[in-house]
Each structure stands twice: as C-alpha cells, then as structure tokens.
Design a protein around this ligand. Structure first.
Ligand code: RIB
Ligand code: CA
Length: 339
C-alpha cells in the first residue's frame, strides 16, 4: 500500500506560508462543544481568516446548531461581521442521528441556560438557509484559494461538490475531522460519529478528487483536556470570551457529559491545529472509502490502497501527533485569546 509521509520541511514550508498569507477558511460545523472550541481557536489564530461559518445537522438538530453558531459568533467574534448560513437538516440519504448525550440538549453542555451566557432568540433569527451556495460562493470567489474546515457530518460539503464540482475544485483543501483508521469508532466499534451520521457524504468527499486532509480518532483520542487547570486559567481572565470558554469546558468535563472522569477530547480543535501547526502531525497518504449501508460497517473508514482498484485521490491522513505540544498550543491560544 503506497504511503507517503510528508517531510517535516514540506510541512514547515506550509506553516511558513500560513504565517505570511493567513489562509481564508469556511468552517462547516455542528456546534457541539468541541466545534465551539475549534471556532474559538480559529477566530484567535492570525494564520487563518474565517470568512464564514456554516451549520449542518449532527451533534444536535440544525435549528439548535444554527442558534449555537450565531450565539458563538456573538460571544466570540462580536462585530467581525462573519457570514453565517445554515445548511442541510438531515444526511444525504438517511435519517439524522444526534449526540445530545455527549453535548447536552442545547449542544453546549447547558451553558446557554446560564444566567450570564443565556442564548438569545436573536442568535438564530434571519440566518440564511443557503449554506451549500455559500460554501460554493466563498470557494469560487476567494482571491486566495480557500480551505473548507469540516467539523460535522459532511452533508453540506458533499452537496456543494454535487451542485458545482468545477467551482469546488478551486478549494485549497477540505480539512475534515472524522473517521478512524486503526483507533476503532466512537459510535459503533468501527465508525466515528461524523462519518456514521452521513457515510454517503463522507465517501463522496473522499472520492471527490479534491485535496482532503483527514484528522481521525487515531490522533484526536490523544488530544484531551483532562483536569481543571485549563478552565481555572480561563475563568481567572477578565475577558468575557475567556470566562465563557472556561465555563464551557468546565461544564463539558462534568461527569454527566464525559462519563469518563472529566476527559474532554479536542476532536474539532485538532482539525484546525493541522492547519496551524502541520509540523506537529505525521501524515500518511491513503485512498479512502467510507462504508454505507446499515450493517455494522456503516460509517467505517478504510484505506483502499491499491487493492481498492479505485482512482481515488489519496487523502492526507493524520496518523500520529505530538500530543502534548498540540494540546499546550491550543490551550495557550484559547487563554491568550489572540493577544
Ligand atoms: O467524532 C467526533 C466528531 O463528531 C466531532 O466533530 C464532534 O463534534 C462530533 O461532530
Ligand atoms: Ca463537530
């Protein structure tokens, strides 16, 4: 099976480019606690220019996720005028499966009911329902090739590829949090949640021929906030943004959500981190497929290699990570708040 491990120099060159240019990104998400942390990280990172946030049904239904996205932009990016659009309310070809048991009924570990951080009805009013066109528009009209960061089920991205493949070929990359090569699943023994919810969409993105970078459970299971240090540091800051993130992390680590002794996995921030610090990730090239159907292989991601006999472009898959350094840098960025 042909694997190519990117050389450190190649990754650091990409890192240099990021520092000089500051790449434009659209963040497609299903907020979700870790989506919120990923958005916060992207918004305070000068290497990235967030052009739009789009929502997809996943962790919670589309209306709740969209209300959360508007709420997060109000708390984390007030006045920046970042475009918001809502997208697909259900997967391409099957019923929606959500994850309130992980993220809470409000999708944000209950923080939206907190008297200080109450979510407002205005957070979800007048949000255009044109996410698929918005993704195509941002990709097609960006002066600099734009990267789509996909943090939820890939329904919107697959729909954009289907609607206007020529425009989407202008994308610099599709950076995906999803899948699992050898780490097992988090919904079934084989499937990771984003790929389980919409396996047809995930497979379509892997077969698209676009440059795809996948951050699977193989590395995100190594990236966690597992003690009270981070929330304490954030909550001791005067900025409302930091206090909000501290409260969110504290709630998300509470037993009723993690059920694993307070360990909050940084799945979605890890995908953003592959753009910020690529040199901290070991990447391998794999031609990937995602199984559909309704059997026990639903949503399973596999490397087809040569035996697959398909002409799938090889995705860059993160297979290992300098975990302590990545977690430390994510935390420092969130605490510093882009200062
Ligand atoms: O499996 C983890 C992924 O599914 C994360 O993106 C989380 O937010 C959920 O969408
Ligand atoms: Ca997500």
């Amino acid at each position: 099976m042909g694997h190519r491990t990117l050389r450190a120099t190649e990754m650091s060159q990409q890192g240099t480019r990021l520092m000089s240019a500051g790449i434009p990104v659209v963040i497609d998400s299903d907020p979700g606690v870790d989506d919120a942390l990923a958005l916060a990280l992207a918004l305070v990172s000068p290497e990235l220019s967030v052009r739009a946030v789009t929502t997809v049904a996943g962790n919670v239904d589309l209306a709740t996720g969209t209300a959360n996205a508007g709420y997060l932009l109000r708390v984390l990016a007030a006045g920046r005028g970042i475009r918001l659009a809502q997208g697909c309310a259900r997967p391409l070809a099957r019923e929606l499966v959500t994850a309130e048991e992980v993220h809470g009924s409000d999708g944000l570990a209950g923080i939206t009911g907190h008297e200080r951080w109450r979510r407002r009805s205005s957070d979800s009013t007048n949000v255009p329902s044109d996410t698929v066109d918005a993704i195509i528009d941002e990709v097609a009209n960006s002066p600099e090739p734009l990267t789509v960061i996909a943090l939820g089920p890939l329904t919107n991205v697959a729909a954009a590829l289907r609607r206007d493949p020529a425009a989407m070929r202008r994308a610099a990359a599709i950076v995906v949090m999803g899948g699992s090569l050898h780490a097992g699943g988090n919904v079934t023994p084989q499937a990771e949640f984003n790929f389980y919810v919409d396996p047809e969409a995930a497979d379509a993105v892997m077969a698209s021929g676009l440059p795809v970078v996948v951050t699977p459970l193989d590395v995100t299971h190594q990236l966690a906030v597992s003690d009270a240090t981070v929330e304490s540091r954030l909550q001791s800051r005067s900025e409302p943004r930091a206090a909000f993130l501290g409260e969110l992390i504290q709630r998300a680590r509470a037993e009723e959500f993690t059920g694993r002794g307070g360990k909050l996995l940084l799945h979605d921030p890890a995908a953003v981190a592959t753009l910020l610090w690529p040199e901290l990730f070991t990447m391998q090239a794999h031609a990937l497929a995602v199984d559909g159907g309704d059997g026990d292989q639903r949503g399973a991601m596999r490397s087809t290699g040569d035996e697959g006999g398909t002409e799938r472009t090889r995705a860059e898959v993160a297979v290992d990570v300098e975990a302590n350094e990545v977690v430390s840098r994510i935390v420092e960025r969130l605490v510093a708040g882009g200062a």
